[in-house]
Design a protein around this ligand. Structure first.
Ligand SMILES: NC(=O)C1=CN([C@@H]2O[C@H](COP(=O)(O)OP(=O)(O)OC[C@H]3O[C@@H](n4cnc5c(N)ncnc54)[C@H](OP(=O)(O)O)[C@@H]3O)[C@@H](O)[C@H]2O)C=CC1
Ligand SMILES: CC1=C(/C=C/C(C)=C/C=C/C(C)=C/C=O)C(C)(C)CCC1
Length: 317
């Protein structure tokens, strides 16, 4: 149970990756400022988290089951928190989806929205009324650079993150009136099971419905470039956890928080040309004309990432 001085933090999707690292870093805070309620949909997956939490488990970190796709599970989980008092809600749970749109069923697409969009909305609807009554709280949403800019063959995942960005950008204004802050964290590629799960799915898939050229562009052009990008600019879940802690501890938390300065020039293309031409044409050229030179392109991007751009991101250090 939380001490009176501790902030209660509820995090979704803590069985692996970014959620697990945020839970551990906050639970091991040197001043014990947080009581972490780490949630996951299947508590049988708790071992990695329990091991990483060490002594903190049972003291500053407790576990609860929570499936963000179920109204009942969300309601029960929040009811199990003492006085339903949550100071900081971290919406981290999410799933990826990759591949040609023609080969993805509408059912699969809806599942992504059910988790990445409605999962967050469901959590906010359950927690926000209590925060409003108390006139305090901080809601964090694990968005993505793909919440700001589309990436080829990630059409549905990108759409789910865009939906969440739009929802939160609208809600943030109203919440400010109740002294509740809303912050988006926008990582680029991060080495987690998210990446491995997607690559495993890709290896299994046959892509029915997509023509041979599209499958070839996906498998032989996009995938190798994407692997290069993960290698060149991938962050660790620990990096994202440290950035998230900084946002929580800021006196004046920003609404948007890009975590990767290497990705800033890519996002900047969208804002440099409101017609969309600059980003669409640059991505086309990077993929189809310079695809094999992606290694070099990535090095150039690294050079372009001057300290001025770095200041615009939250750094993990
Ligand atoms: N990795 C990356 O490159 C990036 C990831 N992100 C975002 O970061 C967040 C975390 O992803 P990451 O750590 O990388 O990936 P992981 O796959 O390692 O973690 C995702 C977590 O979400 C959980 N989850 C999935 N569906 C549900 C559900 N219905 N209810 C509760 N939990 C659920 C998973 O649980 P289970 O084990 O049960 O499946 C898992 O714990 C996601 O929102 C993702 O979109 C953003 C930018 C980049
Ligand atoms: C291929 C390719 C790109 C790929 C970007 C990738 C692969 C980003 C991954 C982001 C992730 C994994 C976010 C998760 O939420 C760019 C840089 C747009 C440039 C055009 C070619």
């Amino acid at each position: 149970m939380a001490n009176s001085g501790q902030k209660v933090v509820l995090i979704t999707g803590c069985s692996s990756g970014i959620g697990l690292r945020i839970a551990v870093i906050l639970a091991k805070d040197e001043k014990s400022r947080y009581h972490v309620i780490a949630t996951m949909r299947d508590l049988k997956k708790k071992d990695k988290l329990v091991e990483a939490a060490g002594d903190a488990y049972g003291k500053t970190l407790t576990l609860l089951p929570l499936d963000v796709c179920s109204d009942e599970s969300v309601r029960q989980c929040v009811n199990n928190v003492k006085d339903r008092h949550i100071d900081i809600l971290i919406n981290n749970a999410g799933v990826g989806l990759l591949g040609p749109v023609e080969s993805i069923s509408i059912e699969e697409m809806k599942k992504v929205f059910e988790t990445n969009f409605f999962g967050v909305v469901r959590m906010i609807k359950e927690v926000m009324p209590d925060m409003k009554k108390r006139r305090s709280g901080h809601i964090i949403v694990m968005s993505s650079v793909m919440g700001l800019q589309g990436v080829v063959f990630n059409d549905v995942y990108t759409a789910s993150k865009f939906a969440m960005e739009g929802f939160c950008e609208s809600l943030a204004v109203q919440l400010m009136k109740f002294n509740i802050r809303l912050s988006m964290i926008e990582p680029g590629p991060v080495h987690t099971e998210f990446e491995t799960k997607m690559m495993e799915d890709v290896a299994k898939m046959e892509y029915p419905g997509a023509d041979a050229d599209t499958v070839r562009y996906f498998k032989d052009v996009y995938l190798p470039s994407s692997i290069d990008i993960f290698e060149a600019m991938g962050q660790t879940p620990d990096d994202i956890a440290k950035c998230t802690k900084k946002v929580i501890e800021s006196n004046n938390p920003r609404f948007r928080n890009l975590t990767n300065s290497l990705y800033t020039p890519i996002v900047a293309l969208k804002y440099a040309d409101e017609t969309g031409g600059l980003s669409v044409n640059t991505f086309y050229n990077l993929l189809f004309n310079f695809g094999p030179l992606m290694h070099i392109t990535m090095s150039i991007l690294k050079c372009l990432t001057c300290s001025c751009l770095r200041r615009r991101t939250i750094s993990p250090n």
